[in-house]
Write a protein that binds this ligand. Structure first.
Ligand code: DLL
Length: 435
């Protein structure tokens, strides 16, 4: 599959870094002149844009965190007058004030280019028909993929999330070849297709471009075998742009290439804020270097990953980030042991009796943290034999203890008990936070 933007995506490191530095300087000068938050934060650190003399100097600049965006709600972080803003997106705001982001015409065009690059990297071409099941609206998934697919010259079906039975009929009749959506919603689509007697084997998909939430390698294998397609991981976040910040190439599927001519990535130690070398795992931090309406400087994503600068067999030179295992704020600490929901997912999915629908309930009983894993068992295994189910629960609990070192109570539940998602799945219910 051709690389969409050969010049930039395969640029030698030295040339890439020189472009990064000049774009960074321009961005820093702009935010210093136009965004009071950045001017104040630079002043407090005793720096001005001219103190940044090379890429490493970026580390002198203070971080930006989600709270800063909330404090400047809704438009305080915008670097252009509203008359130049042509689009607004926002996070769902389930955990507080939503974060609001804006785009100029040029930002929308850059985003479309990066999404066209992404779709091409995932295996799509102008001949493809894209069934886009990411939600359209304030969430960046739907429109992000949409504009990128059009830019690539593909045909987009803007189905959005939900209305699942109708989606299956569309898949049969319109014969789309590329599927996009969150892994948890796609799993639901597969389930409904099966109920309707439709086999993905008889549909026309060749690849799926899935992201917006963590999903394990085991989930990837499950989706690939159920859907008969190649499942590609795409990453992004509204604060930095939306989908299309990084993507796996279909050739290697080994890490997600970050579009470094638009974003500078760093990995930091989340406790100390110190920048870590390539290969080490920590929190991902992004600086945007081409955005006009909503530039972002050293934004702490809370996503946990590592960076790999080695050249890739696909020819792209941009650094790759490892599949995101989870967020610092999703990490569960159960009696002192750190565990991500995606690690539990991996263990569960090794059992053939288990369906990939689960929810983790964390509580505190007598001052001790407890973890209960509610997971669905396949219809064929859901017998009335209490003993069989108890044995299964016992085995899964042992597996979790053995692989992850954490004690968990397993509760096998009937098929279709766990609520299905139309967007991002809710994996954790933390009762400690509720009470
Ligand atoms: O989820 C943008 C997006 C849309 C990405 C469609 C990919 C596909 P937000 O709603 O702002 O934006 O959520 C961003 O979602 O910080 C990660 O925690 C998580 N996330 C996104 N992609 C992945 C992924 C969109 N591939 C937050 N793997 C990010 C794991 C992901 N987590």
């Amino acid at each position: 599959m051709p690389i969409y933007n050969m010049d930039f995506e395969t640029m030698p490191r030295e040339a890439l870094e020189s472009i990064q530095f000049s774009r960074l300087k321009t961005t820093l000068e702009r935010v210093y002149a136009t965004v009071p938050f950045y001017r104040e934060s630079f002043n407090n650190a005793g720096i001005t844009p001219s103190s940044i003399r090379n890429l490493k100097d970026l580390q002198k600049i203070p971080f930006t965190v989600k709270k800063d965006l909330r404090d400047n709600y809704p438009y305080g972080m915008f670097a252009v007058p509203m008359e130049n803003v042509v689009r607004i997106h926002a996070s769902s705001g389930t955990t507080g004030t939503p974060t609001v982001v804006g785009y100029t015409k040029r930002d929308i065009s850059t985003w479309a280019e990066l999404m066209a690059r992404s779709l091409a990297a995932g295996g799509a071409t102008s001949k493809d028909i894209v069934h886009n099941a990411y939600g359209y609206g304030l969430f960046t998934g739907g429109l992000g993929v949409h504009y990128g697919a059009e830019k690539l010259g593909a045909s987009v079906i803007p189905v959005s999330g939900g209305n699942t039975k109708r989606q299956i009929i569309i898949m049969k009749d319109f014969k789309p070849t590329v599927l996009t959506g969150t892994p948890s919603y796609i799993l639901h689509l597969a389930e409904v297709a099966q109920e309707m007697g439709v086999s993905f084997e008889n549909l026309n998909f060749k690849c799926g471009i899935f992201g917006a939430e963590p999903w394990s390698e085991d989930m990837r294998r499950d989706l690939e075998s159920k859907l008969h397609l190649k499942a590609i991981d795409i990453y992004g976040l509204s604060e930095v742009m939306g989908p299309g910040v990084s993507i796996e190439c279909h050739e290697a599927q080994k890490g997600l290439h970050i579009f470094e001519d638009h974003f500078i990535a760093e990995i930091i130690n989340p406790e100390t804020g110190e920048t870590l070398p390539y290969g080490e795992t920590g929190e991902l931090v992004f600086t945007s270097i081409t955005k006009e309406a909503f530039p972002i400087i050293r934004y702490r994503t809370r996503d946990i990953t590592s960076l790999n600068p080695e050249p890739c067999i696909c020819g792209r030179t941009h650094v790759r980030m490892k599949k995101v295992s989870g967020r610092t704020d999703d990490m569960l600490i159960i009696r002192g042991v750190n565990v991500f929901p995606s690690q539990i997912e991996s263990v569960l999915m090794k059992s053939r009796e288990i369906q990939p629908h689960y929810q983790l309930v964390v509580d505190r009983v007598d001052n001790l943290d407890t973890l209960t894993v509610m997971v669905e068992v396949g219809q064929e295994f859901f017998s009335d034999e209490i003993k069989t189910l108890q044995n299964m629960e016992h085995k899964l609990s042992n597996d979790i203890k053995e692989y992850l070192g954490v004690s968990a109570k397993i509760k096998l539940v009937e098929p279709k008990t766990i609520q299905r998602s139309e967007g991002k799945a809710v994996r954790v219910i933390d009762k400690r936070k509720i009470s």
